[in-house]
Design a protein around this ligand. Structure first.
Ligand code: CAA
Length: 257
């Protein structure tokens, strides 16, 4: 597929994907979703790199679902619109590799929801987060009502979603929505540095750790512990042997197994 809106750039074992529709503040339209689904299919199938970083071009990460497209929907169309966004962001969240959102500006509505489907959020100091749907007489439709409370708790989520207020990067950091703040000109460098750090750890261990954290979160504690035990043991047939041997031999591990 020839992409018009998403721009992938490879940096070794890390890929930077830029959403590029700056004239509409990267509002998420149908063409964006078609491209993202195609791209995620390719990433799941080929796993051609170890960490994905997502950012936006210009002054927005993404200013939400495309309101011009949404405005023409009827009841059934709106249901499908919501479901498409939910399913696509689930595909993103379920990628076996870690995904970092480098939030460079507005992350509102669907844009905030996109960032929350990523595993880690780094924000530029001028980023603005929010779920302003109630200002339009709507509710978040791309899992915002569920992911925000899982990330920051129910009380804060009720405050932000019911008021439709936006929060700045400092507030987002204070409440745990973002995991780091960078100066705007350093954001991509910092996000790529974190991505490279992750990409040079044990690749199977990183994938297992993401899986355990993500899947275990919605399971009973004991079931999640059983799952953790199995994955822990599995790595002793595999790259864990090399990692521990390298430590004892005071050398860098070689993960090519
Ligand atoms: N959809 C479609 N177009 C959008 C957009 C959106 N979500 N956000 C911005 N744009 C467009 C504007 O219409 C404008 O286009 P024109 O130049 O053709 O008029 C262009 O982007 C620039 O926007 P502004 O002139 O408004 O820029 P600003 O700097 O004055 O304001 C802003 C920036 C505060 C982000 C403002 O654009 C805004 O409030 N945008 C809407 C944010 C929003 O409500 N997002 C939630 C959408 S609903 C949703 O996402 C539902 C869901 O969960 C599925």
């Amino acid at each position: 597929m020839n992409y018009q809106i998403i721009k992938p750039e490879r940096f070794g074992r890390v890929e930077l994907l830029t959403i590029s529709r700056p004239a509409s503040l990267n509002a998420l339209n149908s063409a964006f979703f078609a491209e993202l689904v195609d791209y995620l299919d390719y990433v799941v199938t080929d796993e051609p790199f170890d960490v994905l970083v997502i950012t936006g071009e210009g002054k927005a990460f993404a200013a939400g679902a495309d309101i011009a497209e949404m405005a023409g929907l009827d009841h059934e169309g709106a249901r499908r619109f919501s479901e498409r966004g939910q399913q696509t962001f689930l595909m993103l969240e379920d990628l076996p590799i870690p995904v970092i959102a480098a939030v460079n500006g507005y992350a509102l509505g669907g844009g905030c929801e996109l960032s929350m489907a990523c595993d880690i959020r780094l924000a530029s100091s001028n980023a603005l987060f929010g779920q302003p749907e109630v200002n339009l007489g709507l509710v978040p439709g791309y899992a915002g009502t569920q992911r925000l409370s899982r990330l920051i708790g129910l009380g804060g989520s009720l405050k932000w979603i019911l008021s439709g207020l936006n929060m700045d990067a400092n507030e987002a950091y204070r409440i745990g929505l973002v995991q780091g703040i960078s100066e705007p000109e350093k954001l991509i460098e910092d996000a790529l540095a974190l991505a490279r750090r992750i990409a040079t750890r044990g690749p199977k261990a990183v994938r297992a750790a993401k899986f355990l954290l993500r899947k275990g979160f919605d399971m009973s504690f004991q079931k999640a512990l059983d799952m953790e035990k199995e994955h822990f043991a599995e790595l002793f047939n595999d790259e864990g042997i090399e990692g521990m041997k390298a430590f004892l031999e005071k050398r860098k591990p070689s993960w090519e197994l």
